[in-house]
Ligand binder design. Structure first.
Ligand code: PH2
Ligand code: MG
Ligand code: MG
Length: 171
């Protein structure tokens, strides 16, 4: 069982909130996988390619008995199932699910790098992460997340919404 597995979710096309909620639920339904916590949902300005709709972003914490590549493949299947259509890099998407941390794993291959390389430069990933895991030690930087937030990070957050993707697990 791997604890402290974090995924960042984003949507900026169609019924954004619905895609985010379904994606989180589908992750929770994967074999040997439990949803542990959700951050609030944030409305954010598009980073990278600016001429597109605002995003909704959130981070979820899970635990799983799946291996890293198994989980990664399952997540890609959920993106496909939700009808994600590829337009162009950083372009509009119904749902984007990025694996940020897989416990203390440090892994690098052609299609998957964990910890996610860009996560710490994106406030729409780091801010929701800090909400649910301020003391988590970044497996590569070897420092708690709360010490990694700097003023140099481009600010994209417009609004923190008063809702999460699912209720907190009790016990
Ligand atoms: N994802 C991108 C590109 N730009 N901007 C925001 N605000 N949120 C995202 O999730 C996002 C983005 C590529 O994955
Ligand atoms: Mg992404
Ligand atoms: Mg992605």
């Amino acid at each position: 069982m791997t604890d402290n597995v974090f995924a960042a979710l984003g949507s900026n096309k169609g019924d954004k909130l619905k895609y985010m909620i379904i994606a989180a639920n589908e992750i929770g339904r994967l074999e040997g996988t439990e949803l542990v916590a959700s951050s609030s949902i944030y409305e954010t300005l598009p980073w990278g390619v600016k001429e597109q709709e605002n995003f909704l972003n959130a981070v979820i914490k899970i635990r799983t008995s799946l291996g890293l590549t198994e989980l990664f493949k399952s997540i890609k299947k959920i993106e496909d199932k939700l009808g994600r259509t590829f337009l162009f890099r950083w372009g509009p998407r119904e749902i984007d699910i990025d694996l940020i941390f897989f416990g203390s794993a440090v892994f690098d291959s052609e299609d998957l790098t964990v910890p996610h390389k860009e996560a710490l430069n994106r406030d729409f990933v780091l801010t929701p992460l800090l909400e649910i895991a301020p003391d988590f030690i970044h497996p590569a930087a070897k420092k708690p997340l709360k010490e990694l937030f700097t003023d140099a990070i481009e600010k994209t957050i417009i609004k923190k919404m008063d809702i999460k993707l699912f209720g907190e697990k009790v016990g």
